[in-house]
Design a protein around this ligand. Structure first.
Ligand SMILES: [Zn+2]
Ligand SMILES: [Zn+2]
Length: 454
């Protein structure tokens, strides 16, 4: 048989060869380009809003401590006899914790009846006495120092090192204490910081722009990876909420539940996040209202019409980001741009601030470092360690981008995120933080350093 192809057959053969060559060389790129082309023509997939019935915390009806109503009691200075030595020891921040006393949980020194009852023990710890009910208690109650024998300066030094990224095994070699001592101190300080954040931030934050993201890490007890979800205020750099879990819808709901609890009622920030759609469900479930439309049998949940939320999507090739594009999920692009510009930001949809804050967290908290042996034992320990790291970040560590120029000899004022959020007047030392009483189960009426901030 004689092989005698026609011109057309040769042409078809060459075209097929060329196609196979191009497809093997650049097939992946062409496929992705086609997917993007059709996705752009189709527009982003529309998502169905969720309601509070989908949030595990809203449905469980978890009632966090609510603000105590302002007590209306006669100040002790007006009730007591004018005779006697004037008060010299500052008792602000402390309160009588006897629920039967008239001055229960009042931390204002102008109202409560606390006076010094002397210093005791080797460390000369101050004891306070309530002149109204006669109760006496150490000033360390409700602080991480309660029942600890080690001097305050030593604990403050160790905790500063731990919150600057020194891991526990390195701290053991530097300071010489047993590693269980460090673990216990981190747990105590973590619980204290958790209570402090919960009470200071509750319904107190006004935020213009909030960025959401999650960082990946591991714990010893769990073979799978876990995520730390974070919400960062773009202007004040406050990490207003975090949540450790998997990457499910329920976890996004729990993060947004915390955000919703900490914002001033009826205030709505502009949200931006990466391309994870779980954030959309969390936002729509927590910012909205129940209403009964005409002819409807039951109440329906409607997301707030003022909500503005955009996603920054990243197309990656291996580890490298090849290109970025944004999708507006709630609100409009013009409104988001105008809102961001009104906050003195560039107006571009981005998540740079939360990415930078996540890097700071990885630097400050040793178990979050990448490729480290010092990972936490379980989620509970990691949670408490992050709480302590955040307290240090919020109250003690000045943030470089929040520095402002002032008149006077110092010329610059270094500020912390809570100072920028107008919650605290000045920078705290670690010793201030450790000595602040935040008793469990009792909501004191005021923190001493927060007065006059608004
Ligand atoms: Zn909720
Ligand atoms: Zn009392």
């Amino acid at each position: 048989m004689k092989f005698n192809p026609t011109f057309l057959e040769i042409l078809v053969f060459l075209v097929v060869c060329l196609f196979i060559y191009i497809w093997t060389k650049h097939g992946r790129r062409i496929r992705r380009w086609l997917q993007d082309y059709f996705r752009r023509r189709r527009g982003p997939r529309s998502l169905k809003p969720k309601s509070p019935e989908d949030c595990p915390l809203c449905t469980r009806d978890i009632c966090f401590l609510s603000h105590r109503p302002k007590p209306e009691v006669v100040p002790w200075s007006e009730r007591k006899s004018p005779r006697g030595r004037p008060k010299t020891i500052d008792t602000s921040g402390h309160a009588c914790l006897n629920p039967l006393c008239d001055y229960f949980a009042i931390a204002d020194p102008a109202i409560h009846a606390l006076v010094s009852n002397g210093r005791r023990g080797k460390q000369r710890i101050l004891y306070l006495k309530c002149q109204s009910c006669g109760g006496c208690r150490t000033s360390r109650y409700g602080t991480p120092l309660y029942w600890l024998k080690t001097p305050l300066a030593r604990i403050a030094m160790v905790m500063t090192a731990i919150s600057e990224g020194v891991d526990i095994s390195a701290a053991r070699r530097i300071f010489g204490h047993h590693h269980t001592t460090f673990t216990r101190w981190v747990e105590r300080c973590g619980r204290h910081s958790e209570r402090l954040h919960e009470r200071l931030f509750h319904r107190a934050l006004t935020i213009g722009h909030l960025q959401l993201d999650e960082l990946v890490t591991k714990v010893k007890q769990d073979a799978e990876r876990i995520w730390v979800w974070t919400a960062v205020a773009a202007r004040s750099k406050l990490i207003m909420a975090f949540h450790i879990a998997r990457r499910s819808s329920a976890d996004a709901h729990q993060l947004l539940h915390q955000v919703w609890q900490r914002l001033v009622p009826d205030s709505l920030p502009i949200f931006t996040s990466d391309g994870l759609n779980q954030y959309f469900y969390g936002i729509t479930a927590h910012f909205g209202f129940w209403d009964k439309p005409k002819r409807a049998r039951k109440f329906h949940w409607f997301p707030d019409v003022r909500l503005q939320y955009a996603q920054l999507r990243k197309r990656r090739q291996g580890w490298r980001v090849s290109f970025l594009y944004s999708i507006v999920r709630l609100g409009s692009r013009q409104l988001i741009r105008a809102g961001l510009k009104a906050l003195s930001l560039s107006g571009i949809v981005q998540t740079a601030f939360v990415e930078r804050a996540n890097l700071t967290l990885r630097e400050l908290i040793a178990p979050l470092s990448r490729r480290t042996w010092s990972i936490a034992y379980d989620k509970h320990h990691l949670n408490l360690h992050i709480h302590w790291g955040l307290a240090y970040y919020h109250f003690c560590r000045p943030h470089q981008s929040l520095t402002v120029d002032i008149r006077g000899p110092s010329k610059r004022r270094y500020r912390t995120p809570v100072m920028a959020a107008k919650l605290v007047r000045h920078r705290w030392s670690v010793q201030d933080l450790l000595q602040l009483p935040v008793p469990e189960g009792v909501w004191l009426d005021a923190f001493p350093a927060t007065k006059g901030c608004q």
